[in-house]
Design a protein around this ligand. Structure first.
Ligand code: DUC
Ligand code: ZN
Ligand code: ZN
Length: 493
């Protein structure tokens, strides 16, 4: 009997990394990538990947799952449905949220989400802790302990009445994050401008979903980015700015990074592929395209693609926030809501990678000058793993987890509501035609999806304990007020 040195060998595919692509076999042993090369030995299982792309499984670092929204509404997915949808879309790792609302105990919140995910998740996962109740216990006790236990990122909202964190508690949170080395992720929009515009529009009878798009003035984003970055510089705390939607917002980030500030940023498919015109539909239909911040203009799309190519923005996440188009979700305020009463968010776990693959690899966005495959891998897997410090994830490399998506680059698919595996019941990308699809998805060496069939069990995903890693390390550059050499000797940081 011949011994088979490997558990799995994927033969003859084009292996893609964030810096190169080449034809090779990939061998897997004990859930990890054991070798990459040509003519590798036998595997107990063999997959012929000739003509296919062998890429790292996607890492989606911004998704709301089994979570109560900013407006107090439970979303449509469970960890099982969301991770099933993510897996069919080529993902092997998810970072979702443990969401503290006002009055809730952060420790209990994290324990509750951990229990839900442990039971349901079928790809690997981690959490960002949303903090909306930055009281003494949260800041002094729970956050330091939870960061130490492996939850090394915090999300804060600068808007939404029920969960927003004002400047002073945000500075407190940044100081705690700096002391314990966690990344701070932020939904940054100017609350007052949005709230004021929303009220004015509704008072004047402009209630249709399309008015959501103009109720979040473009300047509310760049203003909040500037304020946030200025505060982060005061504390010397690294930040991640979520879901950048405007050209002006991207320009603020570019300038800050140019000054050496540790500012990371993401955008999402809804800002790269949709515009405010998508919300302009008869009746309430436009609610399906409502997210916050809203989709903008085609000129913003171009600016965001450029910002991705320049490295000003480093990741593309889905911001999956699923609300059904019925009374359990978008229409929870009744059959005739104004746009302020409609939950913000849209599903995207399953469509993020195919949309990005189609744009970067199949259509070859010009900004990436022939390096679309590398950019795809980098923006959707390698950079997320690096920034959120997910060791062993995000690359096809010996010793790394065998998290692999095998893509058929020539398969043409029209996205439909019915084909999606999440529980939203619709996708805002229905009707989009994409070329390239993840046909086989492998998580730690096990086939999770193949031939349109799910093979993994709920609960087979693993929680990933994370430290803050290099991204969360302060720069050490202190502004005048924090520098004892220049502030009359006061030590604050
Ligand atoms: N912000 C998010 O990050 N997700 C959903 C809705 C929102 O406002
Ligand atoms: Zn947000
Ligand atoms: Zn979000």
């Amino acid at each position: 009997m011949t011994t088979q040195p490997f558990d799995l060998v994927i033969r003859g595919g084009t292996v893609g990394t964030s810096t190169a692509h080449f034809v090779a076999d990939v061998a897997v042993k004990d859930g990890r990538i054991a070798a990459i090369g040509t003519g590798l030995g036998q595997g107990a299982r063999e997959i012929d990947a000739t003509g296919k792309f062998v890429l790292p499984g996607g890492i989606d670092t911004h998704a709301h799952v089994e979570q109560v929204s900013a407006g107090g509404l439970m979303n449509a997915d469970t960890f099982e449905s969301a991770t099933t949808s993510a897996a069919f879309g080529g993902n092997t790792t998810l970072v979702s949220f443990a969401a503290q609302h006002r009055g809730l105990d952060l420790r209990k919140v994290v324990d509750d989400y951990a229990a839900l995910a442990k039971r349901g998740a079928l790809i690997d996962y981690a959490f960002h802790m949303i903090v909306a109740n930055p009281d003494e216990k949260t800041i002094k006790e729970d956050l330091p302990a939870l960061i130490k236990e492996g939850h090394a990122s915090i999300k804060v909202f600068m808007t939404y009445d029920l969960i927003k964190v004002d400047d002073e508690p945000l500075l407190d949170l940044m100081l705690t994050a700096r002391e314990h080395r966690a990344l701070i992720c932020v939904h940054a929009e100017n609350h007052g401008m949005i709230s004021w515009m929303g009220k004015k529009l509704v008072e004047r009878g402009y209630t249709a979903p399309k008015f959501h798009a103009i109720s979040h003035p473009r300047g509310s984003e760049s203003e909040a980015f500037t304020r946030l970055i200025t505060q982060a510089a005061l504390i010397d705390q690294p930040i991640m700015i979520f879901h950048v939607s405007t050209a002006e917002g991207a320009a603020v980030i570019r300038q800050a990074r140019g000054q050496g500030l540790k500012v990371f940023a993401e955008t999402c498919p809804q800002y790269l592929f949709m515009t405010k015109a998508d919300l302009d539909k008869p009746g309430l239909e436009g609610a399906k395209w409502m997210c916050s911040p809203p989709p903008r203009e085609t000129t913003d799309q171009d600016a965001l693609w450029q910002a991705l190519a320049l490295g000003d923005l480093q990741t593309v996440s889905s911001d999956h926030a699923p609300y059904r188009f019925d009374e359990s979700g978008k229409l929870s305020a009744g059959p005739n809501p104004n746009f302020k009463q409609i939950a913000n968010g849209l599903p995207g776990l399953e469509t993020r990678l195919p949309l990005m693959f189609d744009a970067l690899v199949s259509k070859g966005r010009p900004e990436f000058a022939g390096r679309g495959l590398e950019a795809f891998v980098d923006l959707t897997a390698t950079s997320p793993a690096r920034i959120y410090n997910l060791p062993g994830k995000g690359a096809i490399q010996p010793g790394y987890d065998a998290d692999i998506a095998i893509w058929d680059p020539s398969r043409e698919v029209t996205i439909t509501d019915e084909a999606m595996h999440d529980l939203t019941g619709f996708t805002p990308f229905a009707g989009y035609r994409v070329t390239g699809w993840p046909e086989t998805v492998i998580r730690r060496g096990e086939v999770v999806v193949s031939d349109g069939t799910l093979h993994a069990k709920a609960g087979s995903g693993r929680w990933l304990s994370r430290t803050g890693g290099p991204a969360a390390e302060p720069t050490g550059k202190l502004v005048l007020e924090m520098d004892p050499q220049r502030n009359f000797g006061a030590t604050i940081l």
